[in-house]
Design a protein around this ligand. Structure first.
Ligand code: GDD
Ligand code: MN
Length: 387
């Protein structure tokens, strides 16, 4: 297979001068069964990185150089990947830092993983045998660990340990399925999205342990902004994946507000409190129904074919009564078990106040969502959309 190692460079003259001969003389000869190529993507580095690359190109014919304007690391990789897949006809591409923070000695092990059947290999710092520099301060260590942990939790993906590694080997068959022209970030956060999209395409992901080394020469280009952007990209993709659920939560939140407003108005109008409670609950139910109907579930056959909306509304109302039943029962059981009041930090608090929130989050929300999808708007009849 033709494997193109993409080396993005911005002011890496000192590093690239050592990296290219090392790859050619020591590393590639260890990989016998593949056609190894190098593609340096340099953004017109002012330090003259490209001069060094051009020099080596005279000696080694498997080196290619793409020069361009500086538009960020993601943009550089996208350019490189397209060139590798198109002109160079690569079967796989490697993302590899040019600054020796990724150890070139690890390259053959990533290639081995590919040979053993992986589609997407991650050089991973957070599996057994992987590491980050000991010299790093506690804040840097924390940021790095936190970045991966945050992503794993938000994406509910606990199979992958290193979510932010920049050392990857990807079969182009999968890369071709990704919309590289519309990545959210042009910068370091591009890698979160490629990882996300490749996983969605059901690529076989394998993590190979690597030691991420300390930089000896040149300077890092990553900034605070990149860190925030990465968090944004992770959240944005999660919202995208769970669009319907996010809409459902927003509608539910609106219903909650409406319930309070109507209750307040009823009490102000001197209605009996229990009448106000009933009115406000029904107002919330109606608002939830219509908003979900025209927004959260507007793509279902039920809505499009304008099936009997009243029948649906009655079903919805019944399901809402079910939710009230669950809350009542849960509080009833809690009071039986724990008593009328629970002591929190020395204060006696009504048990219902404490139990209501977990009941809503753990029981009512999941159950309602399930019922809306399965019984009321029947999303199971929708074709599964691919990204
Ligand atoms: N062409 C180009 N254009 N190259 C760039 C640019 C750019 O705008 N920005 C950075 N690079 C190159 C650098 O020259 C280096 O070879 C590589 O990309 C990595 O950049 P560094 O600036 O050294 O990144 P880092 O070491 O701080 O970040 C590392 O950790 C991140 C988080 O774990 C890298 O491994 C990242 O890939 C990783 O995401
Ligand atoms: Mn680096």
């Amino acid at each position: 297979m033709k494997i193109v190692v993409i080396l993005p460079t911005y002011n890496e003259r000192e590093n690239i001068k050592e990296m290219l001969p090392l790859l050619e003389e020591k590393i590639f000869p260890q990989i016998k069964n593949h056609d190894m190529q190098i593609l340096v993507v340099d953004d017109n580095s002012p330090d003259g990185t490209s001069i060094e690359v051009r020099n080596f190109m005279k000696k080694w014919k498997n080196i290619d150089l793409l020069s361009g304007d500086k538009n960020g690391l993601g943009a550089a990789y996208v350019r490189g990947m397209k060139h590798a897949m198109g002109k160079m006809k690569a079967g796989a591409v490697m993302e590899f830092d040019s600054d020796f923070q990724h150890d070139p000695q690890d390259i053959p092990r990533l290639v081995d993983a590919l040979d053993l059947g992986a589609d997407y290999v991650i050089g991973s710092r957070y599996v057994k045998g992987g590491s980050i520099p000991k010299e790093w301060g506690i804040d840097r260590k924390f940021l790095s660990v936190f970045g991966s942990l945050f992503t794993r939790i938000v994406w509910l993906n606990f199979q992958i340990h290193d979510m932010t590694s920049g050392f990857k080997l990807t079969k182009t068959e999968f890369l071709k399925k990704i919309d590289l022209d519309n990545l959210i970030s042009n910068n370091f956060a591009y890698k979160m999205q490629i990882l996300h999209d490749v996983v969605k395409k059901e690529a076989k992901v394998v993590e190979v342990p690597i030691a991420f080394l300390e930089r000896e020469k040149g300077a890092s280009k990553i900034s605070k902004k990149d860190q925030f952007e990465s968090l944004y990209v992770v959240l944005r993709l999660a919202v995208y994946d769970h669009k319907r659920f996010v809409k459902f939560l927003i509608v539910g939140g609106t219903g909650f507000l409406i319930q309070y407003v109507v209750l307040y108005l009823s009490v102000s109008a001197n209605l009996e409190q229990f009448v106000g409670a009933g009115l406000s609950a029904e107002a919330a139910i109606l608002s939830n129904f219509f908003l979900n109907n025209i927004w959260t579930f507007n793509d279902t056959k039920e809505v499009k074919e304008k099936g009997n909306i009243f029948a649906r509304l009655i079903k919805f109302n019944t399901a809402s009564l079910g939710a009230i039943g669950i809350q009542t029962l849960s509080i009833y059981i809690a009071v039986k078990l724990l008593g009328e009041k629970i002591s929190i930090l020395g204060h006696a608090v009504h048990t219902s106040f404490i139990v209501l929130l977990p009941t809503i989050v753990l029981l009512v929300i999941p159950l309602n969502y399930f019922i809306y999808n399965k019984l009321i708007w029947k999303t199971q009849y929708l074709k599964k959309k691919q990204i």
